[in-house]
Design a protein around this ligand. Structure first.
Ligand SMILES: *Cc1c(COP(=O)(O)O)cnc(C)c1O
Length: 403
């Protein structure tokens, strides 16, 4: 393991293409010249002398010290994602929520102000609305699709902006360049949860954001195997905020999970492109279906923010949200009639999955909280996978027919 590859700290920008970086980025071979990345299941590292240990702890020697701070397999994953994202630094975490919490909690202090879009993943919403306020952080919510609300909220000094685009599960789009510009004027750092778009469909750092957060559990693994997450940022954010926090709070990714995610990265582009093409085809077929009141998909012209979505995303992504023309019972009938889709709360998987957000992922928001972000009892989130597209469509159609 070369010394310049510790925890994604290499600051040079990737000069290779995305396709090559997804396969080879960060690859550092051991003395055994293995083809595939090695898994290093070690908690600690040994020193050739007491003086070397002292130098390592004093920060004079750049090397692995303890796997809470860094591990060779984890470092390969961090470097691969860093190169794909063209970020200065990447820190991998044990889950997406660990990444969201570490990014926000490492940066904000009591008395600080956070402005977020309201349409957030359920657990993100709990961090923003319940956990951070307990530590004296002021949390302000806006309708992420309304630039006037952003402008008003950011008309006073603010420390951080947090947003999801597209949002989970309603697929609302936030104008990342416009909000980033306003945030800069307000003195705020912009943090984007980029889970729905994935690293290959949207690059928030190029759109003006400062920090990008992933649940690697979703498209990066994409095969339902492991939890993981990542925070991508400037070297300065990493050195001044993130590392001092994570070193002592320990949200570290395991070497085995990092290895699984490295393998996931190799097929990320192929999987996301294929699933996005199927999602678009299925969304198109479902337009104006008599059993549906809406089919939301950012990649389809019927989405109210289609143009904005396409100005910042390469494609519409792998997820669509349909609303059944009926009540909760009808919606459950639809879900229970699916034969190919699994009922599950994950997304971005090679297996197509159907979720009822109101009773699962977004249950904690309560009826009123869900109403504010447009999650009704008849909404179903469909995460499109890699099965045969016609069979997926036929499954949705037969399940709709059973209502
Ligand atoms: C799933 C998800 C998370 C949380 O990720 P975990 O890996 O499950 O902790 C955060 N944000 C969004 C948008 C998600 O979909």
């Amino acid at each position: 393991m070369s010394e310049d590859n510790l925890g994604g700290q290499r600051s040079s920008r990737g000069q290779r293409s995305e396709a090559t970086n997804l396969i080879r980025g960060g690859l550092t071979r051991s003395g055994f010249d293995e083809t595939a990345e090695a898994i290093y299941p070690t908690s600690g590292y040994v020193y050739s002398s007491a003086a070397e240990a002292e130098a390592a702890f004093a920060g004079e020697r750049d090397r692995f010290i303890y796997s809470r701070y860094g591990n060779p397999t984890v470092a390969m994953f961090e470097e691969r994602l860093r190169l794909v994202e063209s970020a200065e630094s990447c820190f991998a975490t044990a889950s997406g929520m660990a990444a969201v919490y570490a990014a926000l909690a490492s940066f904000l202090s009591a008395g600080d102000r956070l402005v977020s879009s309201r349409a957030l993943f359920g657990s993100c919403s709990v961090i923003v609305n319940e956990i951070l306020p307990r530590f004296g952080i002021e949390s302000v919510l806006v309708d992420g699709t309304d630039l006037d609300e952003w402008a008003e909220a950011l008309s006073v000094p603010t420390n951080a902006v947090f947003l999801e685009s597209p949002s989970n599960p309603g697929l609302q789009i936030v104008d990342i360049p416009a909000v980033s510009k306003m945030a800069r004027t307000a003195g705020a750092l912009v943090m984007v949860d980029n889970v729905f778009a994935s690293p290959v469909l949207q690059r928030p750092l190029e759109l003006g954001a400062d920090v990008v957060i992933y649940s690697a559990t979703k498209h990066i693994d994409g095969q339902g195997r492991v939890l993981g997450g990542a925070v991508l940022s400037s070297q300065q954010f990493r050195d001044d905020h993130l590392m001092p926090f994570v070193r002592h709070t320990g949200p570290s990714l395991s070497p085995f999970n990092a290895w699984t995610l490295l393998k996931g990265m190799e097929t990320l582009r192929l999987r996301v492109d294929a699933a996005s093409a199927s999602a678009l085809a299925i969304a198109s077929e479902l337009q104006n279906h008599t059993k549906l009141t809406s089919t939301a998909y950012p990649g389809h012209p019927s989405h109210p923010q289609h143009e904005l979505a396409m100005s910042q995303m390469e494609k519409g992504g792998t997820v669509l949200a349909i609303t059944i023309d009926g009540d909760k019972t009808d919606t459950f009938t639809f879900l229970d009639s699916l034969q190919l889709f699994d009922i599950s709360n994950n997304l971005g998987d090679s297996k197509s999955l159907a979720t009822h957000p109101a009773t699962t992922t977004h249950r904690r928001l309560g009826t009123e909280g869900r109403a504010k972000v447009g999650i009704g009892e008849s909404m179903v989130r469909l995460s499109i996978g890699l099965e045969d597209r016609d069979e997926l469509l036929a499954d949705v159609l037969q399940a709709l027919g059973s209502i």
